[in-house]
Unconditional design. Structure first.
Length: 180
């Protein structure tokens, strides 16, 4: 079990986020009614030629292959669920037809945010924040008052970005008893 958890943790965290210290990872709760606007981040990226947009159904194979090659097959599998929704619940950051990042919502479970990630060479440019805020606003537009970020390790990152709070006794949450 510890080996599977270590593999999951390795694949779950983007390189620019602080690594967990081995402590159990809890779920986080985000108040969607208190989210900062995504528009400032989206406009700032647009001036640099980066668009935040929904993935289109015919892009499924390209998107999931991109995710599997940079992050983890499990994340690509979760993203597959996003393409079964209408509209697709996967957002992309795109520059000149190239994927720079992605964010999904309502894929692990209803009201869940994630997975999300950004191309390693393009991290710390605000792309992840724009994707996260846009995805969380999409959950709000669907009628959710709260979102859950499942098994989140970089708690401080989410606390600063969207005011997330830890849900007590939520580890391992929905991720218990994974297949071997």
């Amino acid at each position: 079990m510890q080996e599977r958890r270590a593999h999951w943790m390795k694949s779950y965290f983007c390189e620019f986020l602080p690594k967990p210290t081995g402590a159990p990872m809890s779920d986080l709760l985000v108040k969607l009614y208190e989210l900062p606007s995504a528009e400032i981040e989206i406009q700032r990226l647009a001036t640099r030629g980066i668009a935040i947009r929904a993935a289109l159904p015919h892009e499924r194979t390209k998107v999931t292959s991109w995710i599997a090659s940079r992050f983890d097959q499990g994340w690509a599998d979760e993203c597959e669920a996003a393409f079964s929704r209408q509209p697709v619940s996967c957002l992309l950051a795109v520059e000149n037809g190239t994927i720079l990042g992605f964010a999904c919502h309502d894929v692990t479970a209803r009201g869940f945010f994630g997975p999300y990630g950004v191309e390693e060479s393009r991290r710390k440019e605000g792309i992840g924040k724009a994707l996260m805020l846009t995805s969380l606003h999409a959950l709000k537009a669907l009628g959710h008052a709260y979102a859950i970020i499942g098994w989140a390790g970089p708690v401080e990152h989410y606390r600063r970005a969207v005011g997330a709070i830890e849900i007590p006794d939520s580890s391992p949450g929905i991720y218990r008893d994974p297949l071997a």
